[in-house]
Every structure is written in C-alpha cells, then in structure tokens.
Design a binder for this molecule. Structure first.
Ligand SMILES: [Mg+2]
Length: 323
C-alpha cells in the first residue's frame, strides 16, 4: 500500500487524471489554474479550492470574515491567472454541530465580500456536519471574454519571468502573527489577499504575455510549474527581488532574507507570467503606470535545462507541499 505521504499531491493527481475521459467541450482539463470549457460560443473557466481548519487556517487567530475572504480569494485568483472574469461562486461548508452559528456566518460573509469585491456573486452551496474541524470549499465560475485566456504552458525560450505586486508578504504576515510581531500590512496581505483580476485581464490582452499562473505555493514552485508545463527551465536571480520596506522590517526581526519569503512563501496570490523580452521593458512600465503596483523580472526561461535555478543552483526549499 502506498499512502498519500508516499506518493505526494502530484502523484495522487496523476492517478485520478488517468481515470478521466476526454470531451470535445473541454479545451483544457486538469493541470492548469482552471478548467477551460466550451459552452455554446462562450468559454468558461471553472476552479475550486478547499480550505481545512488546522491545515489552511486556525480559528481564533483571525476574524471569521478574514478566513472566508482568504478561502474564496484562492479560487478568484485562479480565474485571474487565466486572464478571466469571475462571475459565480458556490460555497460548501462542513462544521461540527457545536459550531457558533455567528462564527460560521462570519466565514460565509467573508466569501460574499471578496466575491463582491471582485465583481462576482455567490449563487449557492451546501452545508453538512463535520466530525473534525470546519471545512470550506469554494467553486468559482468565470468567463474568458472573446475566448481569450492564458495557460501555464505557453512560455517560450528567452521569455522573461515577471511577478506582480508583493510576493512574500502573505507568508511573512503569517509568521509575524505567529511570533507576535506587529506588522499590520503583512498580516493584512495574509488574510485579505487581493485577487489580481484586473491585472490578469490586462496581461492576457497582450500578445507578448505567453503564459501565466498565480503564486499560491511560492514563486519557486509556481514559476517551476510554468517552466514544466512549457517544457522549459527557468533561471532566477535572487538580486532581482524587489525592495520591500515592509518585508525588510520583518526580516530585521526574524533574521530571514526577503528572498526566503518571496521565493518560497505561499498564498501570495500575485501573478507570475512569461513575457517576450523584446517588449517587456515597455510592458512592465505600462503595467506599473496602470495599476500603481510593482512588477519585477525575476528570471528567464530557457530550453537548455529543466527545472528551476536560483543564481545558477537548484533551490533547496521548494515551497508548499500538501502532504
Ligand atoms: Mg493557481
């Protein structure tokens, strides 16, 4: 017998994918941020995300609304990663019978709030009893307008790897809270991540953006997914990581480097994308102008090797592994 710990998340997914059958209406099946489906002349994007008490969140540390926001933001961010527009959410919750109804309502209110924040609505779900902790599953349905979307697999050799915003802040916020360090901006990044919907749409509209993913498991792991799905490697440079005064202040207290948080910190929900080197300078300047948000080049894709290199070496820490 092999356990999930033995085969890991990807080993288990491989076994399930082998059970699935193809359909002409499925443009992209498992393996990207969303499934891409043809429905009439529309292109739908569908994703779901599971949040489990004591695995993804702990009660008590944050407001119930924050837990709901964060759980639903993960799925909304997957729609952003494809360049799509989120429209509908379905939310299922399982909770022990003794659960405070106000607390559970608060969690669901957080889901409703982030949906509304992103221009989408909650249209249903399910409630059931849990024998363990609270479990929250959020499904998001969106659309790729004009059938235009970005996959992970489109990166070309020589493309630059760019990352939006403030990767690393969410993981740093989690650590700040654990250690009782006062860092409200970082803690907010952890509990109230902003799905980059408008940014994803903007990037997807450009022909020089070839592939995209959202950073849920750390830049190393997610850039690695872009490279792997594109049949390439990606070489990153640690010196390219943007200065971040908020992160720097925390690093002074924890003794870790900004690079640690940026490269391996999960739940950032920033966008990582592959962009043509010929136009990326102008494109990134236009992005900063449009959104008032940083975007930095962290590396370059290559067909000379596979996997991820940082400063020429294979990284030792890979980011989040579910089992
Ligand atoms: Mg994703």
């Amino acid at each position: 017998m092999s356990t999930l710990r033995d085969i890991g998340e990807s080993g288990f997914i491989d076994r399930i994918v082998a059970l699935l059958s193809a359909s002409p209406e499925v443009i992209e099946g498992p393996g990207d941020d969303c499934a891409v489906l043809r429905v009439g002349d529309r292109t739908l994007l569908v994703t779901c995300d599971l949040s489990m008490e004591n695995v993804h969140f702990r009660r008590g540390a944050a407001a119930p609304e924050d837990l709901g926001w964060k759980a639903a933001a993960a799925g909304l961010s997957d729609i952003a990663a494809m360049g799509g527009v989120p429209q509908f959410l379905l939310t299922s919750v399982a909770a022990p019978a003794e659960t405070d109804a106000d607390e559970l309502e608060g969690i669901c209110r957080g889901v409703v709030d982030v949906a509304q924040h992103c221009g989408a609505v909650v249209v249903g779900g399910d409630v059931t009893r849990s024998t363990g902790g609270i479990v929250l599953d959020v499904m998001v349905i969106g659309e790729a307008p004009e059938g235009r979307f970005r996959l992970r697999s489109g990166a070309k050799p020589g493309d630059m790897l760019a990352v939006t915003g403030w990767p690393g802040r969410s993981a740093a916020g989690f650590e700040a809270e654990e250690r009782g360090i006062d860092a409200p901006t970082l803690v907010r990044a952890h509990y109230r991540p902003e799905p980059r919907i408008r940014e994803g749409r903007w990037l997807c509209a450009r022909d020089d953006v070839h592939a995209m993913i959202d950073v849920s498991d750390g830049v190393v792991q997610d850039a690695g997914h872009l490279a792997e799905r594109s049949g390439l490697g990606v070489a990153m440079t640690s010196a390219s990581v943007a200065a971040d005064p908020e992160l720097a202040a925390l690093c002074a207290e924890t003794g870790r480097s900004i690079q640690d948080y940026v490269f391996t910190g999960g739940e950032a929900y920033e966008l990582a994308f592959a962009i043509d080197p010929a136009t990326c300078g102008k494109a990134l300047a236009a992005f900063r102008e449009e959104f008032g948000l940083p975007v930095v080049i962290l590396g370059e894709f290559s067909d000379a090797f596979n996997g991820v290199l940082i400063d020429g070496e294979a990284p030792t820490e890979r980011g989040y592994e579910h089992f």
